[in-house]
Ligand binder design. Sequence first.
Ligand SMILES: Nc1ncnc2c1ncn2[C@@H]1O[C@H](COP(=O)(O)OP(=O)(O)OP(=O)(O)O)[C@@H](O)[C@H]1O
Ligand SMILES: [Mg+2]
Length: 260
Amino acid sequence: MNGSPALVLDGVSRHFGGLRAVDGVSLTVGAGERHALIGPNGAGKTTLFHLISGELAPTAGRIALFGADVTRLAPHRRAALGIARTFQITKLFPGLTVLENVLLACEALDARKLVMHRRADAYGDLDARARALLERFGLSGLARELARNLSYGDQRKLEVALSMAGRPRLLLLDEPMAGLSAGESRSMHDLLDRLDRSIAVLLIEHDMDVAFAFAERVTVLHQGRVLVQGDRDAVSANRAVQDIYLGTEPVRDLGSGAEG
Ligand SMILES: Nc1ncnc2c1ncn2[C@@H]1O[C@H](COP(=O)(O)OP(=O)(O)OP(=O)(O)O)[C@@H](O)[C@H]1O
Ligand SMILES: [Mg+2]
């Protein structure tokens, strides 16, 4: 397992009837790598996340996590391997407090491990871990607030905190800045920058500046296919990328990408 990339996609496709939402995508995310997944609306980015986390089965191709083939593995078995994700639309328990949300996430992770030998202080451990997570994400002051009363920006932060409860080694973030004010967006950006460097992160992001500031490698999806893939500088300089984002001309040549 040591030295294996966090994620390897090999020719992964997902068709919905005649629609090729994801079409032969190959992509590697190294251990601890920061990788941005960009592309216009409908490019297949979220569908690719569903395929990686196991919520959707691929029509073709193979998926490996930390060196293990997971193509046919259920989502909870993939989560146990160290993968976590957030969703494009926030999924919290709105009627529970911030602390209760984090406790539930920590407990869900620990249930598998503690069920045989539940120690008397297991709850204390969970409580300490939950509070440490809130501290790390700057949410301690809101521990007793109901999740529904949080600002949208704090709800998204809480969602990232929840995804970290399982101590993932690969984190999938689907537009964590979407809908945030400029200030909230900066704060989220800082938070992502401070994530433990041992965690590989695959970030879907519409804002090119944010994507390129965060990631050392970038994959551009267009109509389900990889248009360009490579190091940040090569991708940002690529004419085809500028074309789809600036809309100067239709993209014709799918083979003009940087190295993969
Ligand atoms: N369950 C589904 N059934 C049928 N079509 C789907 C399904 N899920 C996604 N699609 C279609 O697949 C294509 C890719 O959608 P997807 O949500 O992956 O795009 P995206 O890159 O995440 O877009 P956005 O930037 O708007 O979030 C779209 O045309 C979408 O309508
Ligand atoms: Mg999406």
